[in-house]
Design a protein around this ligand. Structure first.
Ligand code: XMP
Length: 524
């Protein structure tokens, strides 16, 4: 409940997930339209659907065929609630199937990519966006298709391979679209989703950054009362925003511990102290643990073993600090909504572990501290937005992700201080150049990797036998898949020269052009 007596969660949209690649995007678009949304797997019980009490339901896309035995179905409570329903792709087919229409299997006329959808009827979903008779660029990805409508539905859009590209039962406020409105390729897709949640579901749009902050501050105050809270501040976006939010909510009852493990980027430790301690007045304890981390890592070259050493030692150092702070009863964590959705998906068995991503935030439950996770409901872009509104520097909230084990997984093989120093210098040159050329915000993540091999080079008249640095830059939406960014050749040339000329231990720079899959974003 905020100061105006409004609960910003009162208006909410349920997104039923059928396993589509872009389900999270649907939830983000709905929130951008100012309405709180949650993603739940399709096997959510009817009781939970009723408890959730949504103002509307969106059925996501998914990889299955409704015609297969045991295929995912729409929880029956969805149709009993009497609220508007929008089925997207598989969601449309599952709705049609459930309500007595017909879906036929793929017959070689699948549509993947752009398609033109012609509007052939009037519907509240398109009103004011496209005129009847006009065509719209939409993004399709389907093989099966709807061939017969359930009673009371009418066709409102067609495409070459989808005779029912858009359908509507206006009286019951049920809509089905074969295309994906959540992806940017569908022109006006975001407006359609906005129309659905604001006009058709009648939501006023309470989910705004200012309301989110006010609500989170209130909830933290209610949760922790007069108690003291401890936060492991890493300098990454999530823990930084938690620090700013908690500082606003509880002021000096917050203590942050910042562990400098010697695997940070150039000047990062000082930057964190300056932003939080000096400028914002947050109480931050800086622990210099470089020597401890480097000696624990000596002789360890297996990537997973390195992660375990770094994660384990982080917990040890953090616990030592926490023990000193005897009055603390709460531990704050920067868990965000995609972590919550993904751990729900992996506990139901649908996600695969590729690397153990024990984030530095993953602290042990035996600490006997109660957990406060004020970002648990937020997507990354919402976290960034409220970070800016809370006064954090834009350069900090817009930073690329940085892995918990830091440079430890960017120095291939055994980690040493000299390799970390070399990598830090090269990385700073690369990142500065990306910013100067206005490329930093155009890629999703960029960094250097230190390769533990030597190669021959020449400088002046001399032969140089030194290390190799790999540059990585990727474009991705969800970090689950990614492609190498096509950085301009002149830019790569400039960075390569700058690194070879000014970093003593580097004789060669290479650019990594691998996608994920088969590569991963990090090299270890
Ligand atoms: P990969 O390398 O698996 O990375 O394609 C996907 C994203 O996750 C980050 N990453 C990590 N983050 N602890 C973290 O907190 C880790 O051990 C870790 N490994 C990878 C990576 O930077 C990328 O953004």
């Amino acid at each position: 409940m905020n100061s105006a007596g409004v609960d910003i969660h009162d208006e909410r949209i349920l997104i039923v997930d059928f396993g589509g690649q872009t389900t999270q995007l649907i939830a983000r678009r709905v929130r951008e339209a100012g309405v709180y949304s949650e993603v739940h797997p399709w096997d959510i019980t009817n009781e939970r659907v009723r408890e959730f009490a949504p103002r509307g339901v969106i059925l996501s896309g998914g990889p299955e065929s409704v015609l297969n035995e045991g295929a995912p179905t729409v929880p029956t409570a969805v149709f009993e609630l009497g609220v508007p329903v929008l089925g997207i792709c598989y969601g449309q087919q599952a709705m049609v199937h459930a309500l007595g229409g017909q879906v036929v299997a793929a017959s070689g006329e699948a549509e993947f990519g752009y398609a033109a959808m012609r509007v052939v009827g009037s519907t509240a979903l398109f009103d004011g966006l496209v005129q009847e008779g006009a065509a719209l660029d939409v993004w399709m990805s389907h093989a099966d298709r709807v061939t017969e409508l359930p009673e009371s539905f009418v066709k409102v859009g067609v495409s070459d391979n989808a005779p029912f590209a858009a359908i509507a039962d206006e009286a019951r406020h049920r809509y089905g679209i074969q295309f994906h409105p959540e992806v940017t390729h569908t022109v006006q897709g975001a407006e359609m989703l906005t129309r659905f949640v604001r006009t058709i579901c009648g939501c006023a749009g309470l989910w705004t950054p200012a309301n989110i902050i006010e609500d989170a501050v209130e909830r933290v105050r209610e949760q922790v009362g007069e108690d003291k809270v401890l936060l492991a501040l890493s300098g990454g976006v999530d823990s930084s925003v938690v620090a700013a939010l908690l500082h606003r909510a509880i002021g000096d009852k917050l203590t942050c511990v910042f562990v400098d493990n010697g695997l940070l980027r150039l000047g990062e430790g000082d930057q964190v102290m300056q932003t939080f301690a000096d400028n914002m007045g947050v109480h931050v304890i800086r622990v210099d643990a470089e020597a401890r981390f480097l000696s624990a890592l000596a002789g360890v070259d297996d990537p997973e073993a390195k992660r375990k050493v770094i994660g384990g030692l982080f917990i040890e150092v953090f616990e030592e600090e926490a023990e000193r702070l005897t009055e603390v009863t709460w531990l704050a964590q920067g868990t965000i909504y995609p972590d919550v959705i993904e751990s729900a998906a992996s506990s139901s068995g649908s996600a695969h572990l590729i690397k153990s991503h024990h984030n530095v935030g993953g602290l042990p439950s035996e600490m006997r501290l109660k957990l406060v996770e004020p970002l648990r409901e937020l997507f990354k872009d919402e976290v960034r937005q409220i970070g800016k509104d809370l006064g954090l520097p834009v350069s900090m909230v817009m930073r690329h992700p940085f892995p918990g084990p830091g440079l430890g997984v960017r120095i291939l093989g055994e980690v040493s201080k000299s390799a970390a120093d070399t990598l830090r210098q090269a990385d700073a040159i690369y990142i500065e150049a990306l910013r100067r050329h206005d490329l930093y915000d155009k890629v999703s993540q960029a960094f250097c990797v230190f390769l533990p091999i030597k190669s021959v080079g020449v400088t002046g008249d001399g032969r140089r036998y030194a290390h190799v640095i790999a540059l990585r830059a990727v474009e991705t939406i969800d970090f689950m898949t990614a492609r190498a960014a096509q950085l301009p050749y002149e830019f790569l040339d400039e960075v390569s020269r700058a690194i070879c000329n000014s970093v003593p231990d580097v004789s060669r720079v290479v650019y990594d052009v691998s996608s994920k899959p088969p590569g991963t974003i990090e090299w270890e």
